[in-house]
Design a protein. Structure first.
Length: 443
């Protein structure tokens, strides 16, 4: 063997077979523990994926662990080298155990869902997202990808004293403003981070406006008709006037460097249904200042309204979509009187007017990274380019969602969320990836 060859082979190292994270389960009363001898699994559609150190991250700060009621954990039996669905603690026969999932902090997108099977007569899971989790070196680990490092919704940066002091000041300044009062309730009672940021005077402030929506999303968090599912936010019960909206927006823009104000929040319907009052408010804001970014989070169902709002001074639009395949979109959004074509038309208007356009891409592993969705997304973005994809986790029962989506279209073997993102970066190198609405200085 030559010297060179020796050197080459000498550098080679045999990688040790990666160790499974330990499976996490919970007792009926919520006590979480790791199950010795069993590896943690993630679920992507109907594919199971083992969790290791290298496809998980330490549980992000602010994340929460959840026990999945009416469900059985799916785990990997390491000595038997097979997948098992457990109904009881293998070390304590008779003790019922349940799967444990993670609801991750903003900025993290789920790579795999928690692996479980439903028990008989299981109800819907509440409207959260459920990433896979396990126990590894350093503690609890979560199957997520970090997509945005900004600490916009980091609750540690929103101390209650600061929020309360902002509330007191603005109460005196705008005693009659009903939108200010609504946000006060959001910040102090519902704990909404966007409303807290408004009173502290940082980043992005919410401008909820609309009581109505023309979609009926399966996982709508502000209106639910599905028996067994309840919404976690209450819709605003009035429509603020243009002056009330402009006062709140101008207060925020006036004191926050690179401040963003956004229509379209969790506590309302779709802002396009209040397009007239919003247009009036945008005109009032822009009469006073050219600073600040006026953004709208929307289903983009009404291209005519979108055009009028851009003409009035709207800077950016973020469009919510669970899929770029029309049958999957329609199955989830259940549009009332509009079509997927209208959404695309609105997006094209934004681009034609040179405005910043983002997709709020509602992710569920197994659907979002299915080969069918990936191909459709590449084609869609070629025809309808966007500036940014905001990777958001779909807050909906993962198995029920998979079932609904397979009725709408084929879902093949998933590519993996990390590979999907890498593919997009390769095909669209200038398109951004993140989680929050950027200020116009960062468009
Ligand atoms: S678009 Fe928003 S408000 Fe309308 S149904 Fe869907 S989630 Fe609810």
């Amino acid at each position: 063997m030559t010297k060179n060859k020796k050197k080459k082979y000498g550098r080679r190292q045999v990688k040790p077979f990666p160790e499974y994270l330990k499976a996490l389960v919970a007792t009926e009363n919520g006590e979480v523990f790791e199950l010795e001898g069993y590896g943690a699994l993630g679920m992507s559609g109907n594919t199971l994926v083992p969790l290791f150190e290298n496809n998980t991250l330490l549980m992000p700060l602010g994340s929460e662990m959840m026990l999945l009621p009416d469900r059985k954990p799916r785990v990997f039996n390491i000595s038997k080298q097979c997948v098992e669905t457990l109904t009881e603690n293998p070390y304590l026969p008779g003790e019922k155990i349940f799967p444990v999932a993670m609801f991750n902090s903003p900025g993290y997108v789920n790579a795999y869902a928690c692996a479980y099977e439903e028990r008989n007569n299981a109800g819907y899971l509440p409207l959260f997202s459920y990433s896979a989790a396990g126990w590894g070196s350093g503690g609890f680990k979560s199957a997520v990808i970090h997509v945005d490092k900004e600490r916009r919704q980091d609750l540690r940066l929103m101390p209650l004293e600061k929020v309360q002091s902002g509330v007191n000041k603005l109460r005196k300044k705008y005693p009659e403003n009903r939108l200010r009062l609504h946000l006060e309730h959001c910040a102090l009672v519902s704990g909404c981070p966007a409303a807290k940021n408004f009173f502290i005077g940082r980043c992005e402030a919410p401008l909820p406006t609309s009581q109505q929506c023309n979609a009926r999303c399966l996982g709508c968090i502000s209106l639910q008709k599905t028996p067994g599912l309840s919404c976690c936010q209450e819709r605003i019960a009035f429509t603020p006037t243009a002056r009330e909206i402009a006062e709140v927006a101008l207060e925020h823009i006036g004191k926050v460097e690179q401040g963003v104000v956004s229509f379209g929040q969790g506590c309302e319907g779709d802002p396009l249904l209040s397009g007239d009052v919003i247009r009036e408010a945008i005109i009032l804001i822009r009469k006073s200042t050219h600073s600040g970014t006026i953004n709208m989070n929307t289903n983009a169902s009404l291209p005519g309204q979108v055009e009028r709002l851009f003409d009035a001074g709207l800077d950016s639009m973020r469009v919510s979509m669970n899929s770029v395949r029309e049958p999957c979109y329609t199955k989830y959004f259940r549009p009332q009187g509009y079509s997927f074509g209208n959404v695309v038309e609105s997006m094209d208007i934004a681009r034609a007017k040179g405005r910043f356009l983002a997709i709020n891409y509602l992710n569920c592993p197994g659907i979002t990274d299915s080969p069918q969705e990936v191909a459709a997304l590449l084609d869609f973005l070629t025809k309808h380019p966007v500036n940014l994809i905001q990777w958001r986790n779909l807050n909906y029962d993962p198995l029920r969602y998979y079932e609904a989506m397979t009725k709408a279209d084929d879902q093949g073997e998933p590519l993996g969320m990390d590979r999907l993102m890498a593919t997009l970066k390769k095909h669209f190198p200038t398109m951004k990836h993140g989680y929050f609405n950027p200020p116009k200085e960062r468009f």
